[in-house]
Design a binder for this molecule. Structure first.
Ligand code: F6R
Length: 365
């Protein structure tokens, strides 16, 4: 039931602190990822993983894209990510000792299941699933499973499934990284950062009123750009997907460094450009990308770390957000983008929970 909320989507956005916390439950201590986090078979299976192949669709694919940055950064293991509908219809080379990782909220997405079954024939070390539905086909057909504890997701646009997938993926990354020389201190630092995420998501939710105000600038727009760098690029992709799905505004995401390779030509005063700017080592580069947009009269909407020194001025709307750890930033920064899409859709009067032409679970091709 929606309870006090106007839509399931809003309710599910607000459930995130609790379900993210639930997804960490029994899997981390104050400083460590627990061995049993991935089940009893995990130790052996993770030992010799030399490559991770992630397969998913839609929002779950974006979670996989974030995970690639984490896996290569923290575990030093090469990672490939592909949408299931592409993977299954091309000839592919499965490297030795590959962990095949499917991410799916429903566990019933036809393309994801088909990719898994096909890859099984080709042979790989183990099949792992990150999934939200116990007993789903994906869970039954995988060797290792991390369940996300998002609870039922009713809104067609995925919100809490995504942030719990990211939480599970980060815990998995730390478990894998431990077999690949991640030192205890760094593990403790990141585990502590994970423990802070629910509270930080609460702080993001507290910005709801300001984000609702910001959403008015998008109501009459037909196009928008989302920019991010590094692991924040998939967050930009996810932000753009949310806006497309529920408000029907055309939204495109770009890695900020690609701007001048084409999309900058689109920028004028009618083009809102949304950016997430956590205080990470790419901040200075991102800031110069923002300047490129502003110099062309683009309207910028930036969610920036309060310590990032991005100040509002003509053409630059800044919503300052609390400081978060660079590794967990993709989880926390997803939330204001969800709220932005939600409010734009509400203003436009679309069917937020049941957008046109879409189904919650894509069980046919
Ligand atoms: C977007 C959305 C879809 C799903 C995709 C995969 O908001 O919900 O893009 O993420 O259809 O679904 P699952 O995760 O169930 O495999």
């Amino acid at each position: 039931e929606k309870g006090e909320y106007r839509h399931f989507m809003l309710k599910e956005i607000y459930e995130q602190p609790r379900v993210i916390q639930a997804t960490t439950e029994g899997r981390i201590t104050q400083t460590r990822v627990l061995e049993q986090a991935l089940g009893t078979k995990a130790g052996n299976l993770l030992e010799n993983v030399r490559h991770v192949q992630i397969i998913a669709c839609g929002t779950s694919y974006h979670a996989g894209m974030v995970a690639r940055y984490w896996i290569e950064d923290l575990a030093g293991v090469p990672c490939s990510v592909e949408v299931a509908s592409e993977f299954r219809y091309r000839k592919h080379v499965i490297q030795q000792d590959t962990l095949f990782l499917c991410i799916s909220q429903s566990g019933e997405t036809a393309d994801t299941l088909a990719a898994l079954r096909q890859a099984k024939k080709a042979g790989f070390r183990a099949a792992m699933a990150i999934c939200n539905v116990p007993g789903s086909s994906l869970v039954r057909e995988s060797d290792l499973v991390i369940m996300t504890q998002a609870g039922p997701e009713i809104g067609v646009a995925s919100t809490k499934a995504f942030t719990t997938q990211l939480t599970a993926l980060l815990i998995f990354t730390l478990a894998l990284a431990r077999h690949n020389g991640l030192d205890e201190e760094r593990e403790a630092e990141i585990v502590q950062a994970i423990r802070m995420v629910p509270g930080q998501v609460e702080q993001m939710l507290a910005l709801d009123g300001k984000i609702a105000e910001m959403s008015q600038s998008f109501m009459d727009k037909h196009h928008s750009l989302f920019l991010g760098r590094g692991a924040m690029f998939p967050v930009a992709l996810e932000g753009a997907l949310k806006l497309k799905e529920i408000s029907y505004i055309h939204a495109e995401a770009y890695p900020a460094g690609e701007l001048k390779h084409g999309p900058l030509a689109l920028v004028d005063s009618e083009m809102p450009v949304v950016t997430v700017a956590p205080n990470n080592d790419l901040l200075e580069k991102l800031k110069s990308n923002l300047e490129e947009v502003r110099a062309r009269g683009g309207q910028l909407f930036v969610f920036a770390d309060q310590a990032a020194g991005v100040r509002g001025e003509e053409g630059l709307n800044v919503l300052e957000v609390p400081s978060v750890h660079a590794i967990t930033a993709p989880i926390v920064y997803t939330v204001p983008l969800q709220l932005l899409s939600y409010h734009v859709a509400v203003l436009k009067g679309t069917d937020v929970d049941q957008p046109r032409n879409l189904a919650k679970s894509v069980t046919v091709e």
